[in-house]
Design a protein around this ligand. Structure first.
Ligand code: KIV
Length: 262
């Protein structure tokens, strides 16, 4: 996958798959899967560092995780989230952040929000860096949105979101993430946009789908939003493996002589 294939997929009506990834060992595993692209999302602040929200992701954190992922998944197209407020403190801060993420190994950056970001996005694209947009539930604005809720449920908000998608396309975004919006709106934006839409909680009609890797692997049984499908029960698998190891140690069944040096 590269920047040109995103659009080709849309034209050919072939869906795009994206998963988040934050570290080296899972990047190595993903590098050998068929998944189309990897997002080093700022959700790493929550999933990897235990913070309440993505507001706590810093440039340093993003940079470190992007570098680890890039070393593990050299064959994948890697998109890195621009962290909280890195796009609202002037062009210099934004470009410095883009520079650091690209130097760390990203192939593109993702920016949350619409109209207030259009000029900045245009500038970054003109500087030669592919930008992915992100509309609907934008977790960096969680305090403004009043929680993780489905967005753009009424007509005014829906048409605002459609206009936002058009503005992002005009600004030069190569794709847009649509998060937690009604299925009908996900479909409508996807039909109207000539760039691919990648949905999470946006219904089946978007041009692609993204999930947080840990969620699709079932690492956290307490997190079960409506849109999530779990493809594994890693929580139990990890606990069972570690408990089996523990019992083997306690019962002197590990290591065996075959697992020991002469
Ligand atoms: O940070 C993230 O993981 C994201 C996805 C949910 C799209 O932005």
């Amino acid at each position: 996958m590269n920047i040109l294939t995103f659009n080709k997929r849309k034209i050919d009506k072939q869906k795009i798959s994206m998963v988040t990834c934050y570290d080296h060992w899972s990047a190595k595993i993903l590098n050998e899967t068929e998944v189309d692209c990897i997002l080093v999302g700022d959700s790493l602040a929550v999933v990897m560092h235990g913070f309440e929200s993505t507001v706590h992701a810093t440039v340093e954190m993003m940079e470190l995780h992007v570098a680890a992922v890039a070393r593990g998944a050299p064959d994948k197209f890697i998109i890195a989230d621009m962290p909280f407020l890195s796009c609202s403190r002037g062009l210099e801060v934004a470009l410095e952040t883009v520079y650091r993420l690209m130097q760390a190994g990203a192939n593109a950056v993702k920016i949350e929000g619409d109209t207030h970001q259009v000029n900045l996005i245009q500038h970054i694209v003109e500087a030669g860096v592919p930008v992915m947009g992100h509309l609907g539930l934008t977790p960096q604005s969680i305090h403004n949105l009043g929680g993780h809720k489905v967005q753009a449920k009424d007509e005014v908000q829906a048409s605002k979101l459609i206009d936002g998608a058009k503005a992002l396309e005009r600004a030069g975004c190569f794709a847009i993430v649509l998060e937690c919006i009604p299925t009908k709106l996900g479909s409508c934006v996807s039909q109207r946009a000539s760039i691919p839409t990648i949905g999470i909680g946006a219904g089946p009609h978007t041009d692609g789908q993204v999930l947080v890797l840990h969620d699709l692997l079932g690492v956290n049984p307490e997190f079960s939003p409506k849109f999530l499908r779990r493809y594994a029960d890693s929580h139990s698998a990890i606990q069972n493996a570690v408990n089996t190891f523990h019992h083997d140690v306690v019962e002197r069944a590990f290591p065996s002589l075959q697992e020991s040096y002469r």
